[in-house]
Design a protein around this ligand. Structure first.
Ligand code: BT5
Length: 265
């Protein structure tokens, strides 16, 4: 059973996911969350759909969101932080979801900077944070998360996609995963808002991140180049050494990063 009640019944947080709007079919949970945010929905409000007809990734890319198989959800956040810190919300969510997947499935989940969770080199989750501004002031952040939970088949073009069910060899409860995520995310998000905790969160993120300490392919628009990934900076940017031996900072949102031999390695 997967519906508003099954999700509500399991959520044990103070405010994250306490209000749930559930839909059998929707265009995109991020769109619905934006609409609700503009109407004044509170921080932590959660929009969930069983199926998305126009699920989105970054830079307008499509997100495959069939019915009965995955978690397609968006949280409304209203953090009182500087706009430059908003991309860090993606990292906090990635850390939380990586822990959730490990805890609920036992699978060896890793984070592929900035917004993918991978298991055995396959993408099982993607995160899309979008911001709403008015008159130079940030009104809300929509944190959209897609997890392939029990998906059996993917379109041929999604070479790097897989699901927890396929990799774990069993079926997992979507409401259980959402509830576990909400607790972890609420805790880390509260810490994240108090800037003192950033070094601790960055340390935890680094331990689960597959992107660090190796060569990688940076894909920027049409251009590809090889860099060595040195570190994750407290700002959430990646520090790399380019082919000329110079240090550069790579901000999320601008680029995709790939392994040289495969999706992550
Ligand atoms: C992401 O973008 O990975 C962010 C995905 C966020 C989806 C959630 S679902 C709930 C909420 N509502 C929305 O409309 N969106 C959010 P990006 O890094 O740009 O990756 C997109 C790429 O991943 C696509 O171009 C495909 O190559 C691949 N892809 C598409 N669907 C996938 C899937 N179900 N599993 C794995 N990979 C997929």
């Amino acid at each position: 059973m997967y519906n508003e009640q099954s999700i509500r019944d399991r959520i044990e947080t103070t405010y994250m996911g306490k209000n749930v709007s559930y839909f059998d079919i929707i265009d995109s949970t991020n769109n619905k969350a934006k609409e609700l945010a503009r109407q004044g929905a509170k921080e932590g409000h959660l929009v969930v759909a069983d199926q998305q007809q126009a699920g989105r990734g970054r830079l307008g890319r499509a997100w495959c969101s069939p019915s009965g198989t995955g978690i397609w959800m968006s949280f409304i956040l209203r953090p009182d932080i500087e706009v430059q810190r908003v991309p860090q919300v993606t990292l906090v969510a990635g850390l939380s979801m990586c822990e959730t997947i490990r805890e609920c499935t036992g699978l060896d989940a890793k984070i592929k900077w900035p917004n993918d969770i991978v298991v055995q080199g396959k993408k099982v989750c993607g995160i899309l944070a979008e911001m709403g501004m008015q008159g130079g002031k940030m009104l809300y952040v929509i944190l959209g998360i897609g997890v392939n939970v029990n998906t059996e088949c993917f379109p041929d073009e999604l070479l790097h996609a897989s699901s927890l069910g396929r990799l774990g060899g069993c079926t997992y409860g979507r409401s259980v995963l959402i509830a576990d995520f909400a607790v972890r995310f609420e805790r880390y998000y509260e810490q994240f808002k108090k800037a003192d905790y950033i070094p601790q969160l960055v340390d935890k993120y680094k331990k689960m991140c597959v992107t660090l300490g190796k060569q990688a392919k940076l894909v920027e628009k049409e251009e590809e180049r090889i860099v060595y990934v040195v570190d994750l900076l407290p700002t959430g940017a990646l520090q790399v050494i380019n082919e000329a031996g110079e240090k550069e900072e790579i901000q999320s949102g601008e680029v995709s990063i790939r392994g040289i031999y495969g999706y992550t390695s």
